[in-house]
Design a protein around this ligand. Structure first.
Ligand code: C2E
Ligand code: MG
Ligand code: MG
Length: 736
């Protein structure tokens, strides 16, 4: 696995190592070369100095032998013997020069000596041309001491350094004609032996003469010119390389040092790389984790928002090819409280898994809250499928979940919104899906709701309802109606349920299903609740023996003074609490079971009866019935509506009745609209029923009148024929 940071670290450090190594090597090499250059320069200077000294010496010798009165006289005399003894032998015996010749003023070789014995004689060496050259060399010199000249001449026997002087009598130096004086020529052959002797004094092994400068650079090696300035040869040698010698000595330790340095640096590189990689990895994991819901492994709200804010979704949304589905599980948060967090988590996991199965593979499925899920879809085919997908999500929850030994029937509100053009930003799409979801929550039918602009006014409408609700009681717009609850066996009215009614000046008749949730949101529910209870207390005075069911919202139960308020109102009206049954939905029980248990126990101890309303729609579990002291259980009317139409509904109702039986809790079926439903419930041994078929909700006066009409028996529908019910359990197959 590679990572840009690790790569950069590796690159930087490798470059660092290379730069260091190259710098060290280059530095050392530079120093070595510089030292070589210095040494070469030094050697050159010494060689030049040596050559100079040679010139000086040959000139000095030539002077010594020529600025000599007796020698001049001897020459004039033609005294060969004197000259041989005093000049010639001096050379041959002492070997101070290789070559000595005396030329007449006319340029004729008069005397000549050479050493060693087998060396070429001056006679054979000095051609007339060379003699002319020698004469030219001295021609401009004055007649005086130390007037000797030196220079190189190329002879057949080798390069010869010659010193030339006029043999002159110093007594007549002033007057003598220079052209009349003989010349003395002395010379060294620059042969191997002499050059190597010269070289050794400068620590050069191979000083030699070569016609070309091997460096091909001017001034690298000193050149030798003949008397006319022609280059005849170069002093050449191999320059010493002390730098390389030093280099050879330091190469090993430096290479070792560099190796150690490289190893340490590589170690550091690897360590830093590993560190960077692990850091990058954990960074990536953290980023990943920040976008993932740990429980379900789905994208979380942050990740989802990021996704729909991303370019791809933005683009699709702008083209009208994106949709968002929002799903909220009804009353889910409470599951944790009833079966513990672990069970709740397990349920969320199962839920997510089941929902994921029905979604297309390219959908972005996210858990955006504890019990909220969102799906983002893009592309034309997805848009065509969105309604079907949303609906499938609702019905995916039809089958109950088995968690911690309990069967949970979960329902969900699903809303969705489809982008209809470039004006719809992703956040707007999300808001719309959310709004549609809220609509689905309040809708009677359990199906997905598509966003439409009408919902916007719905939200506004709720706001205005909330405002109007504040003054509804003072404005005398609230009233209470009562719907009888009847014993199945003999159709006697045993109880009535108080149901609030609102005739709004602004909105007309508003259903409690619509305004109760708004009242719960705004807090108006507390006053409404008290109003209904108070009105019931007043109305029931005439209805001896009848029990009254009062609907209580979870919000009311949460009010700490709720029980005391009820108690006080009942006392004021001189009504005993045991004539009341408080109808509660599961909401609060699930959300906060410990508090609920305490509150219910308190109400129970005050004498109030308790009824579990809308059983079967939420997380109806046997657990609640065992934990909470309910006397009544009301099977939700949605089940009754399906009674006789399918096996599942039948079985469910039968099992709920059996459950009530087993737990000694009276079962009420609500929403009976037909005689068939009534008869079936009779067969199922349901104890109590309530519904339009038996009696509609009616005013207190109407109840009073009805009771008076029915007389002692209080039996409604006296004309209805009630066949005997077979004792024992009804068999499901009898009503398929
Ligand atoms: P709920 O407690 O389940 O009340 C029963 C609802 O079913 C009532 O609707 C009633 O009119 C209706 N109903 C009765 N028989 C039938 C039938 O045969 N078929 C059909 N389809 N419906 C029938 P309503 O009066 O509209 O009340 C709706 C809900 O509003 C109630 O449901 C209850 O939850 C709430 N509610 C009503 N009054 C109050 C109140 O005073 N306080 C509180 N907190 N909630 C109330
Ligand atoms: Mg009720
Ligand atoms: Mg109900």
């Amino acid at each position: 696995m590679s990572h840009p940071i690790a790569g950069r670290i590796t690159f930087n450090l490798v470059v660092g190592i290379l730069v260091t190594v190259v710098t060290v090597i280059a530095g050392i090499a530079w120093m070595a070369y510089r030292q070589n250059d210095q040494a070469a320069e030094q050697t050159r200077t010494m060689v030049m100095g040596g050559v100079d000294a040679m010139h000086t010496r040959i000139q000095g010798l030539a002077n010594d032998y020529s600025w000599w009165e007796e020698a001049y006289d001897a020459y004039q005399r033609g005294d060969e013997e004197w000259i041989g003894a005093n000049i010639g032998t001096g050379i041959v015996d002492t070997q101070i020069a290789d070559f000595l010749a005396i030329l007449s003023p006319e340029g004729e070789l008069k005397y000549g000596w050479s050493t060693p014995a087998d060396a070429p004689t001056p006679k054979s060496v000095l051609s007339p041309e060379l003699i002319g050259m020698i004469e030219d060399l001295i021609r401009s010199a004055r007649v005086e001491n130390n007037a000797a000249r030196s220079g190189y001449i190329e002879t057949a026997a080798g390069t010869l350094l010659v010193g030339v002087a006029r043999i002159a009598p110093f007594s007549k130096a002033e007057t003598v004609d220079p052209a009349s004086l003989p010349l003395l020529v002395m010379g060294f052959y620059l042969d191997k032996k002499r050059l190597s002797g010269l070289g050794q004094t400068f620590l050069i092994d191979d000083l030699r003469l070569e016609p070309e400068d091997p460096s091909h650079k001017d001034s690298e090696f000193p050149e030798i010119r003949d008397l006319y300035g022609e280059v005849i040869a170069h002093f050449v040698w191999t320059p010493p390389t002390p730098g390389f010698a030093v280099l050879r000595n330091v190469v090993a330790p430096i290479a070792g040092g560099l190796l150690v340095f490289c190893l340490i640096a590589m170690g550091t590189v690897l360590r830093a790389r590993r560190l960077a990689l692990s850091q990058a990895l954990s960074e990536r994991q953290a980023i990943e984790a920040a976008r993932t819901d740990s429980l379900t492994g789905l994208t979380n709200r942050f990740g989802f928002n990021e996704m729909i804010g991303g370019a791809a979704f933005l683009d699709a949304s702008g083209k009208g090819a994106a949709a968002i589905i929002y799903l909220d599980v009804n009353g889910f948060k409470s599951v944790n409280d009833s079966i513990g967090h672990q069970g709740g988590d397990e349920l969320v996991g199962m839920l997510a898994e089941r929902l994921a199965m029905i979604l297309p593979a390219d959908a972005c499925f996210a858990r955006v809250g504890g019990d909220e899920f969102a799906v983002a879809l893009t592309g034309r085919p997805a848009l065509e499928a969105v309604a079907g997908i949303a609906s499938a999500m609702v019905h995916a929850l039809d089958q109950p979940f088995a968690v911690a030994g309990f069967q949970f029937q979960v329902t969900a509100a699903v809303g969705y919104a489809v982008s209809d053009g470039p004006d719809v930003a992703p956040e707007e799409l999300l808001r719309r899906a959310d709004l549609a979801m809220y609509q689905a929550k309040n809708a009677a039918e359990r199906d997905a709701v598509q966003y439409h602009s009408g919902l916007e006014t719905g939200a506004l409408h709720r706001k205005r309802l909330g405002m109007a609700l504040r003054s509804a009681i003072e404005m005398n717009e609230m009233s209470v109606v009562y719907q009888p609850i009847v014993r199945v066996s003999d159709l006697t009215i045993v109880s009535v349920e108080a149901l609030v009614r609102w005739e709004s000046g602004e909105f007309g008749r508003v259903s409690p299903a619509e305004f109760i949730p708004v009242a719960e949101e705004t807090g108006a529910i507390h006053d409404i609740g008290k109003f209904v209870f108070q009105r019931a207390c007043q109305d029931m005075v005439d209805w001896t023996g009848l029990k009254i069911s009062i609907n209580v919202s979870p919000a009311q139960l949460r009010d700490p003074s709720f029980a005391n308020d009820l108690g006080a109102i009942a006392r004021r009206h001189d009504v005993v609490p045991n004539r009341f049954k408080l109808e509660l939905t599961e909401g609060l029980l699930v959300r906060n079971p410990t508090i609920a248990k305490r509150k219910l126990a308190r109400l129970k101890s005050m004498g109030f009866g308790l009824s579990l309303d809308d059983f079967g729609t939420g997380f109806s579990s046997i657990g609640y019935l065992r934990q909470f002291p309910f006397d009544w259980l009301k099977i939700d009317k949605s089940f009754i509506a399906e009674l006789g139409t399918n096996q599942t509904a039948n079985a469910l109702i039968q099992s709920m009745i059996a459950l009530g039986d087993a737990m000694d809790i009276a079962v009420v079926a609500e929403g009976i609209e037909t005689v068939e439903q009534l008869m079936l419930l009779r067969m199922l041994h349901c104890e109590y029923v309530q519904g339009f078929f038996l009696a509609k909700p009616m005013s207190a006066a109407e109840i009073t009148a009805l009771l008076a009409e029915l007389g002692e028996s209080r039996r409604i529908l006296p004309d209805l024929d009630l066949p005997d019910v077979v004792p024992g359990r009804a068999v499901l197959t009898r009503f398929g």
